[in-house]
Design a protein around this ligand. Sequence first.
Ligand code: IDP
Ligand code: MG
Length: 160
Amino acid sequence: ANVFKMGWTGSNERTFISVKPDGVQRRLVGEIVHRFERKGFKLVGMKLLQASAEQLREHYRDLSEKPFYSSLVKYMSSGPIVVMAWQGHDVVKSARKMLGETNPADSLPGTIRGDFCVEVSRNVVHGSDSVESAQREISLWFEHHELLCWEECSQPWIYA
Ligand code: IDP
Ligand code: MG
């Protein structure tokens, strides 16, 4: 299949996942990457960075009216984060399930937030909530050349 001809839908859907500063500090980067790898999704972009308040205000612009908006921006800029783009069938929805609920207290064991955190304001990971958000977030955090189209040898063992 020619990946360059395909859009960001079907098995080429992409989502934006970020390990938040608490996740990086608590050495959960490998654990989180491992879960997406084992699931069968394809990593198409990843980097460690210090996010600026400006980038974060844009990333979370839909929440600008919320009382926790400024503390959220402060939390997210309090240390390095890992940003990733993952690709696969229905990856946006699946990733949200793998993350658990926004509030770790409501997240089932087996989900990332259910297994690794306690408070909503320290919930270790971000995942896009829709295909549209994913596209906006991926283009906010990645340059075009940082996203790779590559052929994964395991593909025929994941998709029939
Ligand atoms: P999501 O991350 O599950 O998509 P959103 O509602 O988009 O949840 O909120 C973005 C982030 O803002 C959450 O992941 C969490 O870190 C933080 N947040 C959400 N609600 C609260 C709150 O009530 N108090 C403090 N922080 C919150
Ligand atoms: Mg959200």
